[in-house]
Design a protein around this ligand. Sequence first.
Ligand SMILES: Cc1cc2nc3c(=O)[nH]c(=O)nc-3n(C[C@H](O)[C@H](O)[C@H](O)COP(=O)(O)O)c2cc1C
Length: 349
Amino acid sequence: MSEPTIIEQRKADHIRVCWKEDVEAGYDPWADISLVHDALTDVDADNVDCSVELYGRRLSTPIIIAAMTGGTDEARRINRDLAALAQELGLGMGLGSQRIMVEQPDTTRTFEVRDVAPDILLLGNLGLVQFVAGWGAKEALKAVEGIGADALCVHLNPAHEMTQPEGDRAFKGGEAALARLCTDLEVPVVAKETGCGISRETAARLAEAGVAGIDVGGVGGTSWVAVEHYRDTGNRLAETFWRWGLPTPISVAEVRSACDLPVIATGGVRTGIDVIKSLRLGATAVGVALPVLRAYMDGGVDGARSYLTTLIAETRAAMLLCGASSRVELMDRPLVLTGRTREWLEQRT
Ligand SMILES: Cc1cc2nc3c(=O)[nH]c(=O)nc-3n(C[C@H](O)[C@H](O)[C@H](O)COP(=O)(O)O)c2cc1C
């Protein structure tokens, strides 16, 4: 077998570190937010409908298995197993960064899932730094068409790059590059943070650039900066910026206050109560990565299925316990904000 390339090695490191190490923010970003229980709920469990249509696909529960991997044989197995589960459960799925696929087309097979998941919302993934460095619609189209994606997530990850020893350092021109891509690519482009959140101001600039949605990728779940800490123990920069950014619920509220685009709440969504809090704050859907990966690595397909079916059951139960049978009704139900989250949102939205 040939030696793994640097990107292949990095992908394998990411899976191992996220599975085994403590890579989360270390606090519950949802703690300051409460849904109000309705003891006299007027909803039958069978009538709870939290489905949503996004980029031409229907999600029976608004949950997306967030972008994780691709590029290696192990990644192929993970992508295909999780995509088949998404198909079975009516969920969406994001693929990991396809930079390796554009640069080494023989790795396309590690991202191919359409044959096992013909109907799911499938999101492609490339990094904005690549477009700053000169990529355009041609490369984006290769990524999207090669796998039959419904939309392309463009990840914005300056904190991750800055704390990664081999990370990119050139971000100037990103906004213009994104605007060009949104004009030239006939597929919806979703701007996606990977753990530091999107502010109101950034959301307004993204909307102006022409994106078709925003995945807030906020603080509270997997910290990419933390992942770099474990890959390079002793990296002071990574320790300092471990919890840098906007917590996920705050970011959802900020982005919602700035634009009407679909918002995906990713970063620390762990239970169905977190899902319903996200929707109540204005998210269209949520993304979940780490718990799915860990359930899969520990228990295979059955482990991931068990985690996801529980997450779906919790989501439906939380909606019913708020007295709502639909997403529209949910938006009329009370939400209580306390502590730091309340102080922040009073100043900022
Ligand atoms: C192993 C792993 C690999 C990831 N790779 C990518 C990636 O290639 N592109 C991307 O946009 N996000 C990537 N992410 C970030 C996730 O999509 C998600 O935004 C982040 O993990 C926060 O969600 P969580 O708290 O549920 O894990 C990755 C996450 C994990 C755990």
